[in-house]
Design a protein around this ligand. Structure first.
Ligand code: MSP
Length: 504
C-alpha cells in the first residue's frame, strides 16, 4: 500500500465557488478515489486562500472584516464539496495558526540564509492578479492573465532569489518527464524559463495591503499572498512546523491546478522547495478552462455557472461525470446545457442505465433474481470478457498517467458490448423457450459486467454505483484486485431507475 498525497489549489475567499473550482476539486476527488481502488492510502487536501488585497477589498465592499469574509466563503466551499460527494481528508485555511506559523518560519530561514533580500523596486502592478510585471510581460499594456490595466508602482520590498535556482529548475524539468503534465504545459514552462527569471517580490507594504501574514523580520510588511498560499501544501501536513522536515505523505504525488496558475506552481513552488532543501512533488497536473461561448467562466467576467443549479436539476453524479467526460485534460472546453443533456442521455441513460434496467428486469422476471456461474458458454462471451479484461489490464496504467478519458472509454466499451450481447442472444426468447441454463449464462455474464463497471465507475459516480452495488448484492469496499475473480452467485434486487432520461 502506497501513501498518495493529492492536492487542489486553495481557492480565493472572495466569492462563492463556480464550475471551474468544482472541476479542479472533482478531478482531484476522482483521482483520489481511483487510487483508493488500487488499494493505496490517499491523503487528499483542499482548502481556501484567505489573504491578500482581493479579499481585503471584497470584505470592504461587503462592509465586514476580512476574517468574516473568509469565514462566510469557506463554508460555501465546504458546503459545495459535501453536495458534490467530495471526500477530502483535510481542508486548510491560510488564516489558521498551523499555516501562518510555518510561513513565518520559512520566511525567517530564507531571510537568514540570504535567499530573501530587500531592494527598491519600480514595477507595473496588476491588482486582480496581485502580481508585478515588466513591460515585456504585458499585452498592449494590459495584464497577460486578466487583460486589465496595470498600475505603475515604486516601492521598497523584499525579494526571493528565484534567479539563483533557474538553471537547477530547467534541469529538473528536463530530467523528469512527469513533473509537469500534460506535455504542452511542460513546454510552456520551459519556454517561460528561456528568459532570465526576475526575483520574486514576496512582500507588500502594510499601507497598501494589510490583510496578510506579517513578515517576521519587518513589521511594516505582509507576505505576498502567493508565497503564503503555496506553502499550504506542506503546512497542512506539518512539514516545517516544530522542526519536522519529514512526513510520509511528502513529496506530493500530484498537485492539480488550472492553467492560469501554471507559473506559480511550476516555477515559484519548486524553487521555494529547493531553497528549503525539500523534495519536489512528483507531478503538477494542469487542466484547461471551462468556457461559456468561448469566454473563461470567472467571477470577474460575471458569466458564472453555478454547480448547485445542476446538482438540483439533475444530481451530483451526473455533473461529476459530465465534467470529466467532456473536458480533455489540458484543453479548454465550452459548457452548454445541450452538451450536458446529450452526454447524460447517451452515456448514462441510454447506455449504462438501459443495461442496468434490462438485466435487473429480466433476472427478476425469469430467474427470481438468482444467477450462478454459467455451466454453458456462447461464442459471444469472448468479446464480452475481452472488453472486461482490457479495462482491468489498462486501469492501473491509466490511473498513474491521469488518463481518465481512457478509463471512461474502456468502461463504455464494456457497456456497449454488453448491450450488444443481450441484443444478439435475446434472453427474453430464451426465457420463453424455457432455456434456463442459456438464460442464466446471458444474465450472469451481463450482471458480472455490471459488477465490474459498478466498481470501475465508482470514482466518477459514487452514489449511483452504490445503488447498483446494492441491487447486485455486492460490497462497495472492493478494490481492483478483487475484480479478477468471479462471484459464485448473484442475487439481484430491484432498485429505482438509476438515470431517468432528460426530455428537453
Ligand atoms: N488562490 C489561488 C490558488 C493558490 S494555490 C496555492 C487561485 N484561486 S482561484 O480561486 O482563483 O482559482 C483556483 C482554481 O480554479 C485554479 O486552478 C483555476 O484554474 C481554477 N479555475 C478558475 N476558473 C476556471 C475555469 N473557468 N475553468 C477551469 N478552472 C478554472 O488561483
Amino acid at each position: 500500500m502506497k501513501n498518495i498525497y493529492i492536492t487542489t489549489p486553495i481557492y480565493y475567499c472572495n466569492d462563492k465557488p463556480h464550475i471551474g473550482h468544482a472541476y479542479t476539486t472533482i478531478l482531484a476527488d476522482v483521482i483520489s478515489k481511483y487510487h483508493n481502488l488500487l488499494g493505496n492510502n490517499v491523503h487528499f487536501l483542499t482548502g481556501v486562500d484567505e489573504h491578500g488585497q482581493k479579499i481585503e477589498e471584497t470584505a470592504k465592499r461587503n462592509k465586514i472584516s476580512p476574517k468574516e469574509q473568509c469565514d462566510l466563503t469557506a463554508i460555501k466551499f465546504q458546503d459545495l464539496w459535501g453536495k458534490l460527494d467530495i471526500n477530502y481528508s483535510d481542508f486548510i485555511r491560510t488564516t489558521e495558526k498551523r499555516h501562518t506559523s510555518v510561513v513565518e518560519k520559512i520566511l525567517l530561514d530564507l531571510y537568514t540564509n540570504g535567499d530573501i533580500y530587500k531592494a527598491e523596486y519600480n514595477g507595473l502592478y496588476c491588482i486582480p492578479c496581485e502580481s508585478f510585471f515588466t513591460h515585456k510581460d504585458l499585452k498592449e499594456n494590459k495584464c497577460l492573465y486578466c487583460n486589465r490595466e496595470v498600475e505603475e508602482i515604486r516601492e521598497t520590498n523584499y525579494f526571493f532569489r528565484l534567479s539563483k535556482y533557474q538553471d537547477w529548475l530547467i534541469n529538473h524539468i528536463q530530467n523528469n518527464e512527469k513533473f509537469i503534465l500534460p506535455k504542452t504545459k511542460r513546454n510552456e514552462t520551459l519556454g517561460f524559463l528561456n528568459k532570465p527569471l526576475n526575483d520574486l517580490c514576496i512582500s507588500r507594504p502594510k499601507q497598501r495591503v494589510s490583510w496578510g501574514i506579517e513578515l517576521p523580520f519587518d513589521s511594516n510588511y505582509v507576505t505576498y499572498v502567493w508565497f503564503d498560499a503555496l506553502i499550504n501544501y506542506i503546512s497542512a501536513i506539518k512539514i516545517y512546523s516544530d522542526s519536522t522536515f519529514f512526513n510520509t505523505n511528502w513529496p506530493a504525488k500530484c498537485h492539480i491546478i488550472g492553467k492560469d496558475i501554471l507559473i506559480p506552481h511550476t516555477v515559484y513552488w519548486p524553487i521555494i522547495l529547493k531553497a528549503l532543501d525539500l523534495k519536489q512533488p512528483t507531478t503538477i497536473l494542469v487542466h484547461g478552462w471551462w468556457l461559456l461561448n468561448d469566454n473563461k467562466v470567472s467571477k470577474s467576467v460575471g458569466n458564472i455557472i453555478n454547480p448547485i443549479d445542476y446538482i438540483q436539476k439533475y444530481f451530483s453524479d451526473a455533473f461529476r461525470y459530465f465534467l470529466l467526460k467532456e473536458m480533455k485534460l489540458g484543453n479548454d472546453c465550452n459548457f452548454s446545457n445541450e452538451s450536458f443533456d446529450k452526454c447524460y442521455n447517451t452515456d448514462l441513460a441510454n447506455t449504462f442505465g438501459n443495461l442496468v434496467n434490462r438485466v435487473i428486469k429480466l433476472a427478476l422476471k425469469n430467474c427470481n433474481g438468482e444467477l450462478h456461474i454459467p455451466l454453458i458458454t456462447f461464442k459471444e462471451d469472448i468479446e464480452l470478457y475481452k472488453a472486461i479484461d482490457d479495462a482491468l489490464i489498462n486501469i492501473e496504467k491509466n490511473i498513474n498517467n491521469y488518463n481518465i478519458d481512457l478509463i471512461i472509454t474502456d468502461i463504455l466499451n464494456i457497456l456497449y458490448v454488453s448491450n450488444k450481447y443481450i441484443d444478439i442472444l435475446q434472453p427474453w426468447k430464451l426465457a420463453k423457450n424455457n432455456k434456463i441454463e442459456e438464460l442464466n449464462t446471458v444474465l450472469y455474464n451481463t450482471a458480472h459486467a455490471l459488477y465490474i463497471v459498478s466498481i470501475l465507475l465508482s470514482p466518477l459516480l459514487p452514489i449511483k454505483t452504490k445503488e447498483l452495488q446494492k441491487s447486485l448484492g455486492i460490497s462497495s469496499n472492493l478494490t481492483i484486485k478483487d475484480l479478477h475473480s468471479k462471484l459464485e452467485y448473484i442475487k439481484i434486487i430491484d432498485i429505482p431507475i438509476l438515470f431517468p432520461k432528460i426530455i428537453a
